[in-house]
Design a protein. Structure first.
Ligand code: ACO
Length: 331
């Protein structure tokens, strides 16, 4: 590996979790479910919900400030802001633009990427490419979603799974040593669009009184199909990303998977032959936070000392599209 190779390194991380907590017991009062069912099937105990009147960028803003502080960088110095989200503040323009204005990042170009739960990995891969190509020297990479806004709180098959959060990473260019993002891999399979989607509110089925009446603006999902494909796909893409990075799974200190379901993560760890002590899990506290899940878990792992200098970390995610991805980095 050449010492002069230009890479992107993680300079800082931050996250933001809304204050409002909804526990499994709270959900027992809303739908026909139980703490036991939710815990056994998913591992989730509680989730956070963005307060009314606030938007996605409000969460992203606080996560971004923490990441910038951690990176010792100011917003005015940012070259780009790339945000993974499916719950932008407005149909357009992007939440990245809203965030850019809130931060005062006047020099940056900003845009959202829509890859559902894999959104952060897509944003990371794009930003990493910009940096490696020399187009930019740094980027704020955000995963932020408020899926509570897309939930039918009378549908027990979906409303128990999700929560709101934002996570952010500051990437910077480095030509020193072998630290940084070693590989990224992205995939999609568009034949599964309707396995997990929101049927109305887009150009195919615009909002009207009937779509609202029929709850077509909320998440529709075939959970079993998602589960099956998620495990297989994340295993495959993780192996590809490791191979590209030139590291073996034994050299990985920590796996930070998308926090969808404890059983998905356990099945993935088993297939990858990784002991659960080397797998980051915080979904019990936050549920599935979509694009925020990986950067929030990464931030928690760094701040709680689970990642040390020199550690190799594997990130992976899977979500609607289907879209999935993996990345390998050395700290
Ligand atoms: N409480 C109680 N019972 C429930 C609930 C609930 N919240 N939800 C469903 N049930 C019932 C069903 O109606 C069904 O009843 P029946 O046997 O009388 O028909 C029974 O429980 C079993 O339902 P299944 O759907 O078979 O349960 P399963 O074991 O597949 O678990 C789950 C469902 C948790 C959704 C699982 O399929 C899953 O996690 N899938 C992945 C989905 C996911 O993570 N999506 C997020 C987006 S993509 C991603 O992030 C990876």
């Amino acid at each position: 590996m050449s010492a002069a190779q230009r890479r992107s390194v993680i300079l800082g991380t931050g996250s933001e979790l809304p204050n409002k907590i909804i526990t499994n017991e709270d959900l027992e009062r809303l739908v026909e479910t139980s703490d036991e069912w939710i815990t056994v099937r998913t591992g989730i105990k509680q989730r956070r919900v963005l307060e009314e009147g606030k938007g996605n960028a409000d969460m992203a803003y606080h996560a971004a400030l923490r990441a910038l502080e951690d990176a010792d960088l100011e917003a005015k110095d940012l070259d780009a802001i790339v945000m993974g989200t499916v719950t932008a503040d407005y149909p357009f323009p992007s939440s990245a633009c809203v965030l850019e204005d809130m931060l005062g990042a006047r020099k940056a170009f900003s845009f959202d990427v829509n890859a559902a739960c894999s959104g952060f990995l897509n944003a990371l891969a794009v930003s990493d490419s910009f940096i490696r190509s020399g187009l930019i020297n740094n980027a704020l990479v955000v995963g932020s979603d408020a899926l509570s806004r897309l939930l039918n709180w009378e549908d027990r098959t979906t409303c128990i799974l999700f929560g709101d959060a934002a996570g952010a990473v500051v990437l910077g260019a480095s030509e020193n040593g072998d630290k940084g993002i070693l590989s990224t891999r992205l995939r999609t399979d568009g034949s599964h669009v309707k396995t997990l989607y929101v049927p109305a509110g887009g150009s195919r089925n615009p909002t009207n009184p009937e779509t609202v009446q029929n709850n077509e603006h909320t998440i529709t999902m075939n959970g079993k199909e998602v589960f099956k494909t998620a495990v297989r796909s994340m295993e495959e893409i993780s192996r590809q990303a490791l191979k590209d990075a030139g590291v073996t799974i034994d050299q990985v200190s920590l796996v930070i998977p998308h926090q969808a379901n404890r059983r998905i993560i356990e099945a993935l760890a088993e297939r990858l032959h990784v002991p659960m002590e080397k797998v980051m899990i915080n979904l019990d506290k936050y549920g599935n936070t979509s694009a925020a899940s990986v950067p929030v878990a990464l931030d928690e792992a760094r701040r709680t000392g689970r990642i040390k200098a020199g550690d190799v970390v594997l990130l992976n995610a899977f979500g609607a599209g289907f879209a999935w991805g993996a990345a390998v980095g050395r700290f």
